[in-house]
Design a protein around this ligand. Structure first.
Ligand code: SF4
Length: 326
């Protein structure tokens, strides 16, 4: 046995993340991981973790992993009494909308999102006045109030389908300007865009992609549609978080660059050890507010419960369910 092997933690949980967490860092996480696994059983809880969560959360304590919509849908199938959302606040709200009888906890209530914060229900009302008759398609990255003021929700994976399902020549699309522009490039429906941006994806530039290709010859570049259209144009493929993972799983490129949030590459790298990941990533400070310690605290205290005014919840749920029915 080499000195390095002797220094490796014995924990079977560590094996899941050994590709992305050095052995010396594991003791920082181990006690919290074990406490969370015990508390989940005691509370009848499940943990939903978004793809942008760090690997020790994503691979060691989560019961369901995926994008925000998948998390909410999977939670609805569970008979757990308590749902802990390892993600941002709008995701916890969406989980609550689809699981009204369950207790939904968010380990840090300040885990926000620049897109969700870019628009209010009053803004939607103003857009409706300005473009009478145009239905409002709203990205799931929004508050329950904004969903309630909208006609239907969409995700980055189904946005084109949702827009075209309405059978009208013009729609208002909120809040992500770049997602709206990337959708507009793929449909004949006229798209009126709001000016919201994801603070992580808006920073990527077409020049970044060209430099990346020069530095890492042969890398296949996958970009999220929250990136500016010129970044999407430079990429080999543009798709939602789930679509990017499917692409890597199906095509197994030798070398790939995921133009998105940093932890996504770490998490997918664990799944596909035969693929080399180039990391041109940005960190989402909101996602990173969620830590193992805060998840443990939420389960110990049951603090951080998400509640939604029933008068808001009913129309917001309708907008989400209308999308799910497609
Ligand atoms: S990555 Fe962007 S869209 Fe996702 S939570 Fe962070 S700010 Fe919001």
């Amino acid at each position: 046995m080499t000195a390095l092997e002797a220094a490796k933690p014995a924990s079977r949980l560590y094996e899941r993340v050994s590709r992305v967490i050095p052995p010396i860092e594991w003791p920082v996480f181990e006690a919290d991981v074990e406490a969370i696994l015990r508390l989940k059983g005691e509370r009848g809880a499940i943990i939903l973790a978004h793809n942008y969560q760090t690997p020790e959360i994503y691979h060691c304590v989560a019961d369901v992993v995926g994008d925000s919509l998948m998390l909410a849908r999977e939670a609805a199938k569970s008979d757990a009494r308590v749902i802990v959302m390892a993600g941002v606040h709008f995701m916890a709200e969406t989980a609550k909308l689809l699981n009204p009888s369950k207790t939904v906890l968010i380990p840090d209530a300040d885990a926000g999102c620049s897109l969700a914060e870019s628009i209010s229900a009053e803004d939607i009302a103003l857009m409706r006045q300005r473009y009478p008759g145009a239905p409002v398609v709203t990205y799931v990255n929004t508050s329950a109030e904004v969903k309630a003021a909208s006609d239907i929700c969409c995700t980055s994976a189904n946005a084109v389908k949702v827009v075209e399902s309405l059978g009208v020549p013009r729609v208002i699309m909120t809040p992500d300007e770049y997602l709206a522009k990337n959708v507009a490039a793929r449909t004949h429906v006229e798209i009126i865009a709001w000016r919201g941006r994801c603070e992580v994806h808006e920073r990527f530039t077409a020049a970044d992609i060209r430099e990346l290709r020069e530095a890492h010859p042969g890398a296949i570049v996958l970009a999220h549609p929250e990136c500016p259209p010129e970044v999407v144009a430079e990429a080999d493929f543009a798709g939602s978080t789930a679509d990017m993972i499917k692409y890597v799983g199906a095509k197994r490129p030798a070398r790939v660059a995921l133009v998105t949030e940093c932890s996504m590459s770490d998490n997918v790298a664990v799944q596909y050890p035969d693929v080399e990941f180039v990391r041109p990533c940005g960190l989402c400070p909101h996602m990173k507010r969620i830590t193992l310690k805060k998840i443990r605290h939420a389960l110990e205290t049951m603090e951080g419960e998400v509640t939604i005014d029933p008068a808001i919840a009913a129309p917001a749920r309708r907008a989400v369910e209308r999308m799910l029915a497609l």
